[in-house]
Every structure is written in structure tokens, then in C-alpha cells.
Design a protein around this ligand. Structure first.
Ligand SMILES: C[S@@+](CC[C@H](N)C(=O)[O-])C[C@H]1O[C@@H](n2cnc3c(N)ncnc32)[C@H](O)[C@@H]1O
Length: 283
């Protein structure tokens, strides 16, 4: 972890060697929050996670044949869903090679390997040429990134007029001094960069050369995720400690901490685009 609290790509890669199997055990193959319509919505975890994916695909609205960069692709579930539902061409990237392998395996299994590929790349230092994508899809990867730097990289690889949708954690209020140590420990255990406010996001997106189209607080619709994960971690506690080792135990403790449920923490999405006329200055 650097002095800024942002983990390096190598640290995140190693973290997901532990975190991927843990997440698949306690939550599922979508490594992102679920979305419930209201209090009476009794959707299961997988259905709720897929609903959030579809909501964001709908916001991004890529057309058939458009090139979409799926930043922080996990094991490929959201990227494959996007390819399947829209006919777009997807390149998913992750710093965890096991995830990349699994995502490509799933693409083959789904018969989508012609339109959905997955590869190793660091979102903070993308290997792709300028203006090489029509859209960027980034579900919950910014939690681990130097956000201003990664946003600039996204803007660089987007064509003028290209769109971006991302989800991220959100800081909705000040952390009381007596909670600060516990919060810091929880963020560190989960390799999360310091959390941004709405104002931070507007400023970062603008500075990167993006025009914000929508910035929405989804906390009320997604909050149940944290309760469900905490309960599932409780159910699997012994297995986690026995099978996945000490780091998994520390991560699991953070995932079931009541601190995560505090109202100061939330969940948001950003929809933005690269202005057609700003291509030169933003790259
Ligand atoms: C919370 S998971 C979300 C995965 C996926 N978007 C999903 O919703 O299922 C975060 C993902 O970001 C990836 N990631 C973290 N830091 C990254 C970086 N610097 N460059 C590329 N991918 C990164 C992780 O390997 C992981 O796949």
C-alpha cells in the first residue's frame, strides 16, 4: 500500500488469489453488489447482482459491434452478459491472471469467444492505443485504483464521444474520530483506496476530461448486499479459516464488520462521456 492508501497492481493481483475463491464461496461469481427494487423484493443474490449488471449495461447502451473495455473484469460474468445482451465486442482486463483464465474459459463455454476476450492489463497503465474503444464498463474496480490516474487512462482509450459507466463505493458523511482506526483497518484488509464523495467524483471526472451525464447514489437499493455477505461469511467461517488461510480470515472479519453497514458508506454509479471536441486535450 502506498502512502496515498492506493494498493499497487501487484498487491491487488495477489489479494485476488485469496479473495476470488472467498468471494465465490460467500457471494457468487459476480464480484459486485446486488440491486433490489424495494424492501419487498425477495430476489436472491445472483438475481440481484445480475439486475445491477443489466441496469448499467442499459445506461451504457453499447450497440452491436461497438468495442467495450471491461475494466476489472473479475471472472468475466458481467462482461459476458454485456456481450450476450448487446452484441458488442468486449475486451475484459484484470491484474489477476487466474481471473483472466477463468473468464476466457467461460467465454468459450458460452460460445462468445469471438466477441468477448479477457487479458491481463493494469487499469492505471493501459496498454491500449488512444481512442481504441467506444465505451468503458467498470464495475467496482475503482475501489482499488488511483482514481484520477485510472480515469485519465479510460478517457485516453475512449474515442471522442465514447461513454463510460462505473460503480464505486461512496463516502456519504464524515467518519467520527473514534471510528477512524476501525475504518482504516477495514479498508486496508480489503485493499480499498480511500473512499470518494460525490463532489470528489464530479471533480475527478471533470479533471480527466469527462462530461458527467449521471451520478446516482444507489445505497438504498444495494445495501442489502453487505448484510447478505456478512451472514454468508458467518455461515462459512470455519471453512474460510481452514481452507483459505490467515489473510482470508482477516478479509472475512472486515466483510462481517458492523462498521461496513454505517450510513457514512454508500454505493454509486457514474455515467459520463468524452466530449467529441475534447479528444486532443484529454489525451
Ligand atoms: C470487485 S472486483 C469486480 C469484478 C467485476 N467487475 C465484477 O463485477 O464481477 C474488482 C476487479 O478489479 C480488478 N482490478 C483491481 N485492480 C486492477 C487494476 N489495477 N487493473 C485492472 N484490474 C484491476 C480485480 O482483479 C477484480 O477483477
Amino acid at each position: 500500500m502506498s502512502a496515498t492508501g492506493v494498493p499497487s497492481a501487484d498487491e491487488v493481483a495477489a489479494y485476488y488469489d485469496v479473495m476470488s475463491p472467498l468471494l465465490r464461496l460467500v457471494w457468487g461469481d459476480n464480484f459486485h453488489f446486488g440491486y433490489w427494487e424495494d424492501e419487498n423484493d425477495d430476489s436472491g443474490d445472483e438475481e440481484a447482482a445480475d439486475r445491477l449488471t443489466r441496469l448499467l449495461i442499459g445506461k451504457l447502451a453499447p450497440g452491436p459491434g461497438e468495442r467495450v473495455l471491461d475494466v476489472g473484469c473479475g471472472v468475466g460474468v458481467p462482461g459476458l452478459r454485456l456481450a450476450e445482451l448487446t452484441g458488442a465486442d468486449v475486451l475484459g482486463i484484470s491484474v489477476n491472471r487466474e481471473q483472466v483464465h477463468e473468464a476466457n474459459r467461460r467465454a468459450g463455454e458460452a460460445g462468445l469467444q469471438e466477441r468477448a476476450r479477457f487479458a491481463y492489463a493494469d487499469a492505471m497503465d493501459l496498454p491500449h492505443p488512444d481512442a481504441s474503444f467506444d465505451a468503458v464498463f467498470a464495475l467496482e474496480v475503482f475501489v482499488h485504483l488511483d482514481r484520477p490516474r485510472a480515469l485519465r487512462e479510460c478517457v485516453r482509450v475512449l474515442r471522442p464521444g465514447g461513454r463510460l459507466v462505473l460503480t464505486d463505493l461512496l463516502l456519504r458523511g464524515e467518519i467520527a474520530p473514534e471510528l477512524a482506526d476501525g475504518v482504516h483497518q477495514g479498508l486496508t484488509a480489503q485493499l480499498l483506496a480511500p473512499l470518494p464523495t460525490f463532489d470528489d467524483y464530479r471533480a475527478m471526472a471533470g479533471a480527466a476530461g469527462l462530461t458527467v451525464d449521471e451520478l446516482t447514489d444507489l445505497t438504498d437499493r444495494t445495501h442489502r448486499t453487505l448484510l447478505r455477505i456478512a451472514a454468508s461469511v458467518d455461515d462459512h467461517l470455519q471453512e474460510i479459516e481452514e481452507r483459505y488461510g490467515e489473510q482470508a480470515g482477516t478479509i472475512a472479519a472486515a466483510m462481517r464488520s458492523p462498521l461496513q453497514l454505517r450510513p457514512e458508506f454508500g454505493y454509486q454509479f457514474l455515467l459520463a462521456h468524452k466530449p467529441a471536441a475534447a479528444s486532443a486535450s484529454a489525451s
